[in-house]
Design a binder for this molecule. Structure first.
Ligand code: GUN
Length: 280
């Protein structure tokens, strides 16, 4: 069966739109999200456009700051500083990856924690790992909602995460652990990867390698979450999972596109509303 991120995200967006429509009367304004894109990475341009469209669909006001690739660090930090200080801005998102001359950690740390809709600020990350209230990163949060929408309870299950990034692998491993799964995190240096992935009842793949998970690497009945956004040999959009061969063995699987991607956007919008409500 298909874990339909498009459908689940539409339901979340409809509910957010209804909520946001009551804000002008209640609070005199709607939430506002500032999105910063440095450079012209084609994938990032698509993501940023989809984020703006998502905002518009639920009535969140938004501005996208498109900065040239040569933007200096002081220039970028100064823009973030202005947005931090602007009471009309509820959320700030800097699209990653940044051009190499910019220090990602420094940039993320500069974003005010209470406006960090991505949940990437060290304060939010620490709070997640200590089970304190925090803003949870959008993709991991979206994955958990997708599982929940299908009635898949990770409690007691063996979950395997392929990938250990700060954006997806590590936080989703923590959320699965908090949901009482037994979690294994695999990465590029993992030995006998197929042996480990075959033990998974829930398999989350966020490795960034086209079709790297093949049918021989999964067991019958597995729930597969594919976070990949890759291109295959023919330049066609595909995931980290070889959908054609893996889907027949899976009990549930996310398509690419239309799986995790739309959930990330829905959770970004939810986080923006959360930041707005917290700042009132
Ligand atoms: N690049 C890839 N995923 C993300 C994300 O969730 N947020 C931001 N800001 N950049 C990303």
């Amino acid at each position: 069966m298909i874990l339909d991120g498009k459908q689940v995200s539409s339901a979340i967006k409809a509910s957010l739109a209804a909520q946001v429509s009551t804000f002008p009367e209640k609070y005199g304004r709607v939430p506002n999200l500032a999105v910063i894109l440095v450079g012209e990475d084609p994938a990032s341009q698509v993501y940023v456009r989809n984020k703006a469209r998502g905002c518009e669909a639920v009535g969140i006001s938004n501005s996208t700051y498109r900065l040239p690739a040569e933007t200096t660090e002081p220039e970028l930090l100064s823009l973030i500083g202005q947005l931090n200080a602007d009471p009309a801005v509820d959320g700030i998102l800097v699209q990653l990856p940044l051009p190499r001359h910019l220090d990602e950690h420094k940039v993320i740390e500069t974003i005010a924690m209470e406006k960090d809709v991505d949940g990437f600020h060290p304060g939010n990350v620490a709070a997640l790992w200590q089970k304190r209230p925090c803003i949870v990163a959008c993709t991991p949060k979206g994955i958990m909602k997708l599982l929940e929408s299908a009635g898949i309870d990770p409690c007691g299950k063996r979950a395997v995460v392929v990938g250990r990034s700060n954006i997806v692998g590590l936080p989703v491993a923590k959320l699965l652990l908090d949901a009482n799964a037994t979690v294994t995190v695999c990465h590029t240096r993992t030995k006998n990867l197929p042996e480990i992935t075959r033990q998974a009842e829930i398999l989350v793949v966020a490795a960034g390698r086209a079709k790297m998970v093949t049918a021989d690497m999964v067991s019958d009945g597995v729930v597969v979450i594919d976070v990949g956004m890759d291109r295959d040999e023919d330049g066609k959009l595909c995931g980290d999972v070889d959908y054609g061969s893996v889907a027949p063995k899976a009990s549930w699987i996310t398509p690419v596109p239309g799986g995790v991607g739309p959930m990330t956007i829905a959770c970004l919008l939810e986080n923006t509303v959360q930041c707005f409500l917290r700042r009132l």
